[in-house]
Ligand binder design. Structure first.
Ligand SMILES: [Mn+2]
Length: 296
């Protein structure tokens, strides 16, 4: 049984609280993300913490404490949101604690977002996703995975979206109407170079604190086949790595989630390995920037 993220003996640098949330209730297409957190913990044991590209070791800059799996209620996504938020408030301090939430379906991201937003009303959410998740309601619920960013915005978060390529007419209208007023949407076909995209998002963030909500399906299904609603035309791993390198200068990252990984029995361990590589790259790139800036 894998109970920790990574398998480090050291306790260096930033403490990252890891909360696995095996929740899957509103997933509307292929199922399997219930097993996402376990598969990510398992894959994390197999991934090198040394990053040759960045010339640094995640084990020198961070250590991880994994909270026992969140016992998600079966009574629906709104209850899950309320209970997870209450549990976060009881266990962690949004002013000082860095939280990495492992999903599970994307609806669960609302709780950590709100957890930080109540402490930092200026919070900016950076959503990496194939889907806009801006529906007012989906299949009878306002707390479905398809509505998560509509709720986050309603509660006051500013939202930058990157890699979006699947949305309904209603969501398209919302983006047209709200562009420039607390909403930045970079569709997958207009992201351009990672350096340009990072500059646009960086400008949007300005001085505000950042939270990252990463839906696995933002990646191209050729490298992330294990996800509930795959969409062609996604971002590459290399594009994202260069994006992070351009993003974090002067930015304070509070926490992040990684959702919607569904381990696929026929695909080996591709999806969960790619997921862990993405998480580790974000953390290491950020912590390197952060360390550099705190020296100045
Ligand atoms: Mn999605």
């Amino acid at each position: 049984m894998y109970t920790n993220y990574l398998d480090l003996d050291s306790r260096n640098g930033q403490l990252v609280h890891v909360w696995p949330v095996p929740y899957e209730a509103t997933a509307s297409f292929a199922k399997g993300t219930l097993d996402g957190p376990r598969s990510l913990l398992q894959a994390s044991y197999e991934i090198e913490t040394w990053d040759q590209e960045l010339g640094a070791d995640l084990a020198d800059l961070a250590h991880f404490e994994t909270i026992p799996f969140f016992p998600a209620p079966v009574s629906g996504p709104q209850d899950c949101y309320r209970q997870l938020l209450a549990a976060l408030q009881k266990r962690l301090d949004p002013g000082s604690d860095f939280l990495l939430t492992l999903g599970g379906e994307h609806s669960l991201a609302l709780a950590p977002i709100e957890f930080y937003r109540r402490h930092y009303p200026e919070l900016v959410v950076l959503q990496l996703d194939a889907h806009a998740d801006l529906r007012q309601e989906f299949q009878g619920s306002r707390y479905s995975h398809a509505c998560v960013m509509a709720r986050a915005r309603e509660q006051g978060a500013a939202l930058a979206q990157v890699g979006i390529r699947s949305l309904c007419r209603e969501e398209s209208g919302t983006i047209d109407r709200d562009r420039g007023t607390g909403l930045l949407t970079l569709f997958a076909w207009e992201t351009g170079s990672p350096v340009e995209a990072a500059a646009r998002v960086r400008e949007f963030i300005d001085q505000r604190p950042l939270y990252i909500s990463f839906d696995a399906d933002v990646l191209d299904p050729s490298i992330m086949p294990g996800t509930g609603t795959p969409e062609p035309g996604g971002l590459s791993y290399t594009w994202l790595n260069n994006f992070w390198s351009g993003l974090f200068s002067g930015v304070r990252l509070l926490g992040m989630d990684f959702c919607e990984t569904s381990p696929l029995p026929g695909c080996g361990v591709v999806s969960e390995s790619v997921a862990v590589k993405c998480i580790n790259k974000i953390l290491l790139t950020y912590l390197l920037h952060h360390r550099l800036e705190s020296w100045i």
